[in-house]
Design a protein around this ligand. Sequence first.
Ligand SMILES: [Zn+2]
Length: 106
Amino acid sequence: MDDHPPVDPAVIAAGLRIIRKRRWFLWSLIIIYIPAVWTSLTLTHSDRATAYFFGFWLLLLIIAVFFVTTCRCPRCGNLFHMHGVTPLYLRSCLHCQLHICEDKRR
Ligand SMILES: [Zn+2]
């Protein structure tokens, strides 16, 4: 892909680090969901407390999705995970195919 102006590799690495951090946070939230609900039920024995917990978790999830979706590609400047109105959480930029670990391949 040479139809983009060259971007400093350090800028690309810094941008990709932010994207990876946000993705990691989102996936952690999703993975933690079932054990967290189970722990909440076990500790509180309360559906209501667990429902509040779920609300809190959902809020965090919405925030995490928002931050991942609004990540900008450090190379082409487009939204890394958005093509038109469709979010796709792939490991490459949907516009210039910059891989999320591109900076580690050098
Ligand atoms: Zn891109």
